[in-house]
Design a protein around this ligand. Structure first.
Ligand code: GDP
Ligand code: MN
Length: 404
């Protein structure tokens, strides 16, 4: 789960990393009041879970409260890389002498944590990393030992940061460990003209697997789910990721669902989601899953692909029947059942004989059918002038180490 900048800032503060004074607001009027409290001038910053805001117009200096109000009004109407701006943060401006980059990230390929640091931070860090890799140092961090005082000093020295940065590096490691983060990044870590170090921008990705021991993530702070569908899926305990295509995909087991996405794509269609009902799923789980996917306006057809193992196909079929009874089904559903109790499951669906449900016995055949049905529905929408459904508000997961 990625945090917003203002949430990252709060965590930094808790762990003693210096940050500028700031306030988060959702209206231009509040922005004016916040700027007044900050002393008049303010840096207005769009709160979106994507990098490169500054270059996209999402970071602006307001000369006074009135300007803060105006800039906020404009920013709240913006989308940055597809992310609508719902809140802005106003921060007390600082005079910057130098900008550094520091982060810790879990390097899955190396099976280790790595510290990444550069004396040339700021919005150009990705170019710097690409064109002059020597300007960015990567130093492995032993997870058992962590970042000791000596380790932090070494990272600062290797990257050419001032010696005081070692303290920030140690505290940032505490954020990584205590908050169960997979990524913590400060860019820029600014040195002010008065000689102070301040974390001016932060990015934190928390490890969802640690949710059980991080009680604070529960309400408000986390905001783990991109939109209402994700929130509904999380509430129902479904493993769901919304994508941007037209074929709703439901299967059992992450591997099978991933392969199903590939096969759908291989048929020239685009999957609308990844939904894994898991091993041993009950009829209720299947019914919830189907209802969720059917409620997504971008879905034109649904492909249910189940290979029964611990999950019995008749339970899956019962779940489909249950969903057909409880929600108004207007989209075609293609079902492929194989494995444990497949014959029983197929018989359940045959008996129900719903006009929008069809069974195909192979995975390839079912994907082909679902893709064709989605294409036909999209074509008929276009012919009848139906407006394409608005794209979902889904935030993209950040894959790069160095998202500025
Ligand atoms: P990003 O574009 O999403 O990485 O947004 P940042 O919060 O990192 O801001 C981008 C750039 O704006 C920074 O690298 C700074 O150069 C500049 N900036 C941000 N806050 C301040 C500030 O308080 N004073 C000054 N002078 N520049 C700032
Ligand atoms: Mn930044």
């Amino acid at each position: 789960m990625d945090l917003y900048e203002h949430q990252a800032r709060e965590l930094f503060k808790v762990h003693g990393i210096p940050v500028p004074d700031a306030a988060v607001v959702a209206t231009p009027r509040e922005a004016r009041a916040a700027a007044e409290l900050l002393g008049g001038r303010a840096v207005v910053k769009a709160q979106v879970k994507t990098g490169g805001r500054g270059r996209a117009g999402g970071v602006k200096l307001a000369a006074g409260p009135e300007a803060a109000e105006l800039i906020t009004r404009r920013m709240l109407a913006m989308h940055i890389k597809g992310h609508p701006v719902r809140k802005v943060m106003l921060a007390r401006p600082v005079d910057i002498a130098d900008e550094y980059y520091v982060s810790y990230v879990l390097d899955r390929a190396a099976g280790a944590f790595v510290a990444i640091a550069s004396a040339e931070g700021g919005t150009e860090i990705e170019e710097t990393a690409a064109t002059r890799p020597d300007a960015v140092v990567r130093i492995p961090v032993d997870p058992a030992e962590g970042v000791t005082a000596a380790g932090a000093t070494e990272i600062a020295r290797a990257a050419g940061l001032p010696a005081e940065a070692a303290g920030v590096l140690q505290r940032l490691w505490q954020v990584m460990v205590r908050e169960d983060a997979l990524l913590v990044e400060v860019n820029p870590l600014a040195k002010t003209t008065a000689g102070r170090l301040l974390a001016l921008d932060g990015k934190v990705t928390l490890d969802d697997n640690a949710r059980f021991r991080q009680s604070r993530w529960g309400a408000g702070e986390g905001d783990p789910h991109g939109g209402p569908l994700e929130a509904a899926a999380a509430a129902g305990g479904l493993n769901y990721v919304r994508l941007d295509g037209q074929v709703g995909v439901i299967g059992n087991g992450a591997g099978l669902v991933m392969s199903t996405l590939d096969v759908v794509a291989g048929c020239g269609a685009r999957p609308a989601d990844f939904l894994d009902i898991g091993g041993g799923a009950s009829a209720r789980v299947m019914a919830d899953a189907l209802a969720l996917v059917l409620s997504d306006p971008q879905v034109k057809s649904v492909l249910v692909n189940v290979f029964g193992g611990i999950t019995a196909c008749d339970a899956v079929a019962e779940g489909i029947v249950r969903a057909l009874e409880s929600v108004a089904v207007t989209k075609p559903i293609v079902v492929r059942l194989d494995g444990n109790s497949a014959a029983k499951g197929r018989a359940v669906l045959d008996r129900r004989a719903h006009p929008l449900v069809q069974q195909v016995t192979t995975m390839d055949g079912a994907a082909r059918k679902a893709a064709d049905l989605a294409a036909a529905a999209t074509a008929s929408d276009a012919a009848s002038g139906t407006r394409a459904d608005a794209p979902a508000d889904v935030h993209s997961v950040i894959h790069t180490d160095l998202g500025a």
